[in-house]
Design a binder for this molecule. Structure first.
Ligand code: NAD
Length: 563
């Protein structure tokens, strides 16, 4: 059982020590200084015999939190490929049961004042920070990412809690609007919860992607049926347990488990409002189904994000940031950078600094700090990345760094890879790769950079590097992406919880964070009260006189600046 303050040492029935926490986990497993990539450097440590499985009591407790009557399904860790535990699967009937329970709990929840509803967020904020060691272990075990990138999820989750705990009351406050007939008409806007929000979450950010979209939905007075990805269910369940501990009333947050098309599809089919994060391909299916049912759908989809390094950029900062923004979570981050667009005047110097950093990256699969990059999450992801790189190379691209799998470090590890000469017709040129790979393009001015950044079906994130912030803002205004980071790669925009983030074009519909990230879970109702004189023609007044009087009234309103 993972408990606060214990750095995770569980004992299963067989007495084997399971899942290691920060202090006990420094086995040096798979730790490795990346050496530039053309030949694998030797492993610094032998592969460990270290069980990462969760203990039986933890698995049993988490299983009980799922509405599931189907068979148990084993989960494995990409760190080593070993089994970490089995969780039950939900049937279509289980999904119906989850919705029934959620609907029952939501009735009373919706009646509560929003200030009362956000109280659990304040407590959850502290719990997430206090229990971060066990959360970091789980995130790493399920996703294979480096600990520092797992920590981003802790930060994100705490940030979302803090933001909506403070801001939800004002975002959802009743608003007055100017009535049709000033003084006589009183118009007010109310934000009513949709009912039960169905969330299908992806695997790449096991903590933050599975729980942070549920938090504003709950704060807005909804219940939630949450279906995390099968590869990230344990972390999600731990987050759900922390919500319970933070005081979220029973029944409001239901969890079901199972595959995407069946269980995920069933969750979305019954939802009053749909929240989906995943690929554009699946997003189109989800949008079509939601459209047929006339349900609102927020879709956070893929990206092919560009970073432009202008000729006046701070190259030291840009190189550091490019390394982080390309290789965070081994590139399995929807807003990570897959295209480096570099001004030709500084291209050689930028690349020298960037490649120096890339080839010095420390890759490892240890449950410990100190690594720059971990593993990909699965054999499928490794195959996709390998296919994209091999295809580019076969069609004429050059490998500047990396370019191959590293099974000697972990079963799904792939080197941080930099490609040059990526051109039309290569898979990597236009498809989202979702791996630790970036291509380099040289441009001679800002116009070319903007054109290249926009030359994609996607429109999720972009980054612009220039010391001239006004120039950066001007370039940003011409880039068609939902977020643009000036002098940062992705974190500045994403972590600014008060500002919305999401995609343009094939990167999605709807936004998370900010007012948009919570009002999307509401139906907006306009209640207008008419006093005294209404809109009918008064007795004794001709229709012509009435029309003239109203026309005069409109002119007066315009003059007075009323709108
Ligand atoms: P995917 O679309 O294949 O799957 C995403 C999730 O949807 C998975 O949990 C999957 O099981 C489920 N799913 C699959 N078919 C479904 C269906 N018919 N109905 C309901 N659910 C279904 O994507 P993936 O390759 O697993 O995830 C990576 C993708 O997610 C990338 O494209 C990435 O950019 C995107 N993503 C976007 C954001 C964002 O905020 N924009 C964040 C994270 C990931």
């Amino acid at each position: 059982m993972l408990r606060q303050g214990t750095h995770r040492v569980g004992r299963a029935h067989d007495g084997v020590r399971h899942v290691h926490g920060v202090r006990e986990s420094n086995h040096g497993v798979g730790g490795h200084i990346y050496s530039g990539g053309m030949t694998p450097s030797p492993r610094t440590q032998p592969r460990p015999q270290r069980p990462l499985a969760l203990d039986e009591a933890t698995v049993r407790r988490m299983s009980a939190r799922v509405v599931a009557s189907g068979p148990a399904q084993e989960r494995m860790t990409p760190l080593t490929g070993e089994t970490i535990g089995a969780l039950p699967t939900s049937t279509p009937d289980d999904v119906v049961t989850a919705y029934e329970r959620a609907r029952a709990a939501q009735q009373e929840w919706a009646q509560r004042d929003v200030r009362e509803r956000v109280e659990f967020l304040t407590r959850l904020h502290d719990l997430v920070l206090d229990r971060q060691d066990e959360l970091l272990d789980l995130i790493q075990i399920e996703s294979g990412k480096a600990r520092i990138q797992a920590f981003e999820e802790v930060l994100d989750t705490a940030g979302v809690c803090r933001h909506y705990a403070k801001k939800a009351p004002s975002y959802l406050a009743e608003r007055k609007a100017l009535g049709a007939l000033p003084v006589l008409t009183q118009a007010r806007t109310h934000y009513l919860p949709k009912g039960v929000v169905g969330i299908v979450a992806p695997w790449n950010y096991p903590l933050s992607m599975s729980i942070t979209d549920a938090l504003p939905a709950l704060a807005a007075g909804n219940a939630v049926v949450l279906r995390p990805d099968e590869k990230s269910s344990f972390t999600c369940l731990r987050a759900v347990e922390l919500c319970d501990e933070a005081g979220l009333p029973e029944g409001l947050l239901q969890v079901v488990l199972g595959d995407g098309p069946n269980v995920g599809g069933a969750v979305l089919e019954h939802a009053d409002s749909v929240m989906f994060t995943g690929s554009t391909k699946t997003g189109r299916i989800v949008a079509r189904d939601a459209g047929e049912r006339l349900k609102s759908a927020s879709l956070e989809l893929g990206g092919k994000n560009a970073m432009y390094i202008a000729d006046d950029a701070d190259l030291t900062r840009a190189a550091e940031c490019a390394q982080r923004a390309v290789f965070a979570s081994a590139g399995q981050l929807c807003i990570s950078i897959e295209r480096l667009v570099v001004h030709e005047k500084i291209a050689d110097e930028f690349l020298r600094r960037f490649l120096e950093r890339v080839t010095a990256m420390k890759i490892g699969v240890a449950l410990d700090w100190g690594y720059d990059m971990g593993s990909l999450i699965s054999a499928d992801q490794l195959e996709r990345v390998t296919q994209h790189v091999d295809d580019a190379v076969a069609k004429g691209a050059t490998v500047l760094a990396g370019g191959k799998a590293r099974p000697d470090i972990g079963p799904y590890c792939y080197e941080p890879t930099v490609l040059d000469g990526v051109a039309d017709g290569m898979l990597f040129r236009d498809e989202e790769t979702f791996g630790p790979v970036v291509s380099v393009y040289r441009v001679s001015n800002d116009d070319e950079a903007v054109a290249l950044a926009n030359d994609t079906d996607f429109g999720l994130n972009a980054s612009v590097w220039t010391k001239d912030v006004a120039r950066g803002r001007a370039i940003a205004a011409r880039i068609r992406t939902g977020t643009v980071n000036v002098n940062e790669g992705y974190a500045a925009a994403y972590a600014s919880n008060g500002a919305p983030m999401g995609g343009m074009k094939a990167s999605g519909l709807g936004r998370r964070h900010g007012a948009e990230g919570i009002t999307k879970y509401t139906d907006i109702q306009n209640v207008s009260v008419q006093r005294l004189q209404g809109f009918g023609v008064p007795k004794g007044v001709s229709q012509r006189q009435f029309a003239r009087a109203l026309s005069t009234g409109l002119r007066v309103m315009k003059k007075a600046g009323l709108s």
